[in-house]
Design a protein around this ligand. Structure first.
Ligand SMILES: Nc1ncnc2c1ncn2[C@@H]1O[C@H](COP(=O)(O)OP(=O)(O)OP(=O)(O)O)[C@@H](O)[C@H]1O
Length: 310
């Protein structure tokens, strides 16, 4: 196990920021920590990095406790924080090279790694620019470069893609997947459910410092009763017909708005057939049909009763 957190409790006076939190991050995974603002993500990140003391529990990195002088462990960790953490007085090249030199003493090796990282993130055209001249997307790519230049085997990312333009977003997402393919373990903190769904192989959902669900995307989706969401274009529907649809076997909810009928069905066979049979029997004309499997949004909604985006 790369990271093992057991029964972690962290309080700020009366606020319980982490409430007996458990987490296991396996080698080679992109493990997403998903939760709304205030759910404890930053506190957890800081505890794992040894930046914050905690009240109870334990954190092991490669089966060892992180101490001040655990240089062997620290060398293998790369961190990309959400806030800006580069030097304004250094150029893009100098920044990356500086962060590399914190881990690597051989000057030639520093040069090689810096060049390689610049190329990896597509930053070749911006090496002489100072951070103030960089767009938000380029700045995020620079921060990312500074965090990975020493080739860590564990990478901790806090909202690494947030606030970037589509080009930088794609570049960063591709780099994250490429690093995973090369064997890097990644712990990915975010409140963006789509990013987590797209990139992460395992997910921990947090709410109020507690783990509310943990597993692969498929495991999380299997935890909830929602099987599929069926959307149909229906030109007119009576309230009494909508009520009958809501009472069809396996249907857990149905709404009709703007000529669109949205039916949520629990897991089971023939949900769509049953619905279409009813519409045909009632001679209710319909157009397009879209069926969707549950998303992580649905998982969060069913477990907590509210949307993550709220
Ligand atoms: N230094 C602090 N003093 C007091 N309370 C704090 C402190 N830092 C965090 N908290 C509280 O602890 C809880 C968890 O906060 P934390 O910042 O870890 O959550 P988060 O998920 O990272 O949120 P965000 O995405 O907004 O940073 C919140 O209730 C927050 O108000």
């Amino acid at each position: 196990m790369v990271i093992e957190v057991k029964n972690l409790v962290k309080r700020y006076d009366k606020i319980i920021a982490l409430d007996y939190l458990e987490l296991k991050v396996k080698e080679g995974q992109i493990h997403g920590i998903l939760g709304p603002a205030g759910s404890g993500k930053t506190t957890l990140l800081e505890c794992i990095l040894g930046l914050k003391k905690y009240d109870k529990g334990s954190i092991l990195l490669w089966d060892k406790k992180l101490e001040k002088d655990s240089y062997d462990i620290k060398r293998n960790i790369g961190v990309v924080l959400a806030e800006e953490a580069v030097f304004e007085e250094l150029t893009l090249y100098e920044n990356i090279s500086y962060f590399c030199s914190l881990y690597e003493t051989d000057k030639q090796k520093v040069k090689e790694l810096t060049r390689e990282t610049i190329e990896f993130l597509g930053l070749e055209d911006f090496v002489r620019l100072y951070p103030k001249k960089l767009s938000q997307g380029l700045l995020k790519r620079l921060q990312f470069a500074c965090g990975i230049v020493h080739k860590p085997t564990l990478l901790i990312l806090d909202e690494p893609i947030d606030g970037t333009d589509p080009h930088s977003r794609k570049k960063l997402a591709d780099c994250i997947i490429e690093l995973k393919n090369r064997g890097t373990t990644i712990l990915y903190f975010s409140q963006n459910i789509d990013e987590i769904e797209q990139l992460c192989t395992e997910i921990t959902m947090l709410e109020k410092g507690r783990v509310i669900a943990q597993g692969t995307k498929e495991e999380l989706k299997n935890m909830i009763s929602l099987g599929e969401k069926i959307t149909l274009e229906v030109y007119s529907l009576l309230e009494s017909q909508l009520q009958i649809i809501r009472e069809l076997p396996n249907v857990s909810g149905a709404e009709y708005d703007n000529q669109m009928l949205v039916v949520k069905a629990k897991k089971g066979r023939n949900n769509l057939v049953m619905l279409l049979d009813y519409l045909q029997e009632q001679k209710i004309p319909f157009g397009r049909i879209i069926t969707e499997m549950p998303t992580l949004d649905d998982v969060y909604l069913e477990i907590t009763g509210k949307e993550l985006k709220d």
